[in-house]
Design a protein around this ligand. Structure first.
Ligand code: AMP
Ligand code: GLY
Length: 416
């Protein structure tokens, strides 16, 4: 079987690793992949999506999985489907749930799905009026994709206005910020919900929790994500039922009505306020590093993804192992501010029930080099979060590169 995976992170690595455990004979093609995916398959360097689709057709791939949102926003699914290729991910129109926060908020409003009260605007005067009437803090978001950095939580009305101005002028995020969403701050706890969808049916994966801040105790700047654990005990059955009934089902139905059926991973960022789930955002692909924690817990990930592309999810159940996973991101010295110098990665040994998913790494004369922001993810497995956390941190201690930084408290609160 030939599988193409689009993206270069630990998320894409972890998908390949999970599939390889189930089925040994898969040939993987990564575009672009990283220095470590070369050991699992072949890295491609075909940036033009039409060319990439032609190549996929030529080598006769069985499945393409889109890891990263930028490919989706650029319409890779439509291009592959035009050539009758089997691809897992939403069309460009459906990917707007992530690529345009303004579209997403208006969609939620139209289909009566709970979300924070908001205003979409390109006009500073309209923004000013709305900001003046909000309680503090105030959330200001850029409409377009900003690699997870397009959300500002302003502590004063003045700051909210200044940030809005900087976005609208293009100073903060270029074109992506020229439309802004201003919204009320919701106070509660956050959950990441992942549903594998085939347009009509879906299966829920275990609830995972990300840690977006750079430093322990949720301090410091926002990052792409510094660690995750799953399953999270924060979601009880009643809450999960509400999320399915009030969020996932109406979203799939609504997208179908909009003529943009949703097939792929619907990743809902949820804020639970007084036991009611509100949508903070949608992503249209697996979260990173949530994926690295989830993949080892699912017994049949390939079967699920294939069923989703064949619109056959109603006949498949998700099989979850009775285990827990903790994923700790090791990042480079200057992450997330600026690039760090390359340095060699040394690994003493990999303890049982743990493994590494690689991200920002390159190969130099057969040496694996730290060469990026988030370098690698140490994943530990166990019967409970405590055990999984201990394994992940045991592995972390065995991995070294210059300037390595990681959070020491991933999964910590669950174990208290
Ligand atoms: P988003 O990319 O929209 O999920 O925003 C990134 C992070 O900002 C979220 O994970 C939340 O921690 C925070 N956030 C976004 N919107 C709100 C909101 N309306 N109220 C409180 N926190 C928010
Ligand atoms: N972990 C958050 C994301 O992938 O967007």
């Amino acid at each position: 079987m030939k599988i193409m995976i689009l993206g270069s992170g630990a998320r894409e690595y972890s998908i390949a690793l999970a599939f390889k455990k189930i089925q040994k004979d898969i040939e993987f093609y990564f575009m672009p992949g990283n220095g470590a995916t070369k050991a699992l398959g072949m890295n491609l360097n075909i940036k033009d999506l039409n060319e990439l689709a032609n190549y996929a057709k030529e080598i006769n791939i069985d499945l393409c999985i889109v890891g990263s949102e930028t490919f989706l926003a650029d319409g890779v699914v439509d291009i592959f489907k035009n050539l009758n290729l089997n691809i897992f991910g939403p069309s460009k129109a459906a990917a707007k749930l992530e690529s345009s926060k303004a579209f997403m908020k208006d969609f939620l409003k139209k289909y009566h799905i709970k979300t924070a009260r908001y205003l979409n605007t390109k006009d500073i005067n309209e923004a000013k009026k709305f900001i003046e009437n909000l309680n503090l803090p105030i959330v200001v978001k850029a409409d377009g994709l900003c690699a997870g950095k397009g959300v500002i939580i302003a502590k004063t009305h003045q700051e909210a206005l200044e940030e809005t101005q900087k976005m609208l002028s293009g100073e903060s995020f270029g074109e992506a910020g020229k439309c802004v969403i201003i919204e009320e701050f919701l106070k509660g706890f956050e959950l990441s919900i992942f549903a594998i969808c085939d347009g009509e049916d879906f299966v829920l994966l275990p609830v995972a929790q990300d840690h977006k801040k750079l430093l322990d105790n949720d301090e410091g700047p926002n990052t792409g994500g510094m660690g995750a654990y799953a399953p999270s005990s924060l979601a009880n059955q009643e809450l999960l039922e509400k999320i399915q009934k009030n969020i996932i089902i109406p979203t799939l139905k609504g997208m179908k009505e909009e003529g943009a059926e949703f097939c792929g991973v619907l990743f809902a960022g949820i804020m639970v306020v007084n036991e009611e789930p509100y949508v903070l955002e949608f992503n249209v692909r697996f979260g990173d590093p949530e994926c690295e924690a989830l993949m080892p817990l699912i017994e049949n990930p390939l079967e699920l993804i294939l069923a989703a592309t064949q619109k056959n999810l109603k006949n498949i159940a998700v099989k979850i192992k009775n285990q827990c996973a903790v994923a700790v991101v090791c990042a480079s010295e200057n992450y997330p501010y600026k690039a760090s110098p390359k340095s060699e990665i040394h690994i003493k040994n990999i303890p049982e029930n743990s493994h590494i998913s690689y991200a920002g790494v390159s190969l130099e004369q057969d040496k694996l080099m730290a060469d990026g922001g988030r370098i690698l993810v140490c994943v530990g497995l166990g019967e409970n979060i405590q055990e999984a956390k201990n394994k992940a941190y045991e592995l972390c201690a065995n991995v070294d590169f210059k300037g390595k930084q990681f959070r020491k408290d991933i999964g910590f609160w669950v174990c208290q």
